[in-house]
Design a protein around this ligand. Structure first.
Ligand code: PAF
Length: 282
């Protein structure tokens, strides 16, 4: 595997590759990331991965400085997965001058859910993803459904900017007890790790209730509020637990609910100092 940090060197290395599949990451790779690499291999060749902890998508009080950086272990894992090139730019390589041109996602998608609680997050994500796409010029890129809203934001960005990149979604990889794998799970204490499974349990309970059917939007709101209250009594601080339509992530009206629109329930909640997100399609 070639490890390249300079944009021009990357372009030289990839010249003539027109079936490249790209998996952008922020490193600290776990089985979830490796499953993205394996899925990537089914969608083209060669597989290009990137590791870049993108300052632009972290808020001033978020964990940019303490975000886990495990470069050597990551390299070993990517080598085993047969990745052809790892693009690992420094901040100077990717942002040699202040990044003043930014991609601002539309309010109706970019400022809800994660966007409401992490102002600037999706602008930072879109800006870096567009720039990484411009460096790698992949035919296909793979994004995990664990970051459900991110996947939708990027899909919409590609569509609206006519970027010639197909976005392939990858299923969430979970630990045996159901907790979605995430680099941030490493922040959890032993007791918090045991408690963390309650997030997906709560989503499963909501999924079951909604699937039983015949709910109004007021019923759904009550279910969401009860779920937040239940997690709060266990010591969590929920940002949101919300049932949304899969196609636009807006709330489901009574008509949407009675016509069985495809739904997804999304949640973000803090356990101690760690903020976890998860989602479940309904
Ligand atoms: O999902 C992530 O790891 C990041 O948001 C991404 C897509 C690599 C952009 O920095």
């Amino acid at each position: 595997m070639k490890i390249i940090s300079d944009i021009q060197d990357l372009r030289d290395q990839l010249r003539g590759q027109n079936r490249a599949v790209f998996v952008p990451t922020m490193g600290n790779l776990h089985e979830g990331h490796l499953s993205l690499m394996r899925l990537a291999r089914q969608h083209g060749d060669p597989v290009i991965a990137s590791i870049f902890v993108n300052r632009l998508q972290f808020g001033p009080n978020e964990d940019f400085d303490k975000y886990p950086r495990t470069f050597e272990a990551d390299v070993e894992k990517l080598e085993k997965e047969g990745v052809y090139v790892l693009f690992a730019p420094t901040e100077k390589d990717l942002y040699p001058e202040p990044q003043e041109y930014r991609v601002e996602p539309p309010q109706n998608l970019g400022k809800i859910l994660e966007g409401e609680f992490r102002p600037g997050f999706f602008q930072g994500v879109c800006t870096v993803v567009l720039k990484l796409f411009s460096c790698v010029q992949p035919k296909v890129a793979v994004f995990g459904k664990k970051d459900y809203q991110q996947l939708m934001v990027i899909r919409q960005m590609c569509r609206q900017l006519a970027l010639p990149v197909d976005i392939v979604p990858a299923e969430t990889v979970r630990a045996d007890d159901g907790l979605a794998l995430s680099s941030r799970n490493g922040y959890l204490s032993t007791e918090e790790r045991q408690e963390a499974v309650q997030l997906i349990q709560t989503l499963k309970e909501i999924q079951e209730k909604v699937l039983q059917g015949k709910l109004t939007s007021a019923d759904v709101l009550k279910i969401e509020q009860d779920a937040c209250a239940k997690l709060s009594t266990r010591g969590w601080v929920p940002d949101y637990i919300s049932v949304r339509k899969r196609n636009d992530l807006l709330s489901a009206s009574d008509a949407d609910l009675s016509s069985n629109q495809p739904l997804v329930v999304l949640a973000a909640a803090k356990l101690g100092k760690t903020r976890l997100i998860d989602n479940l399609e309904i």
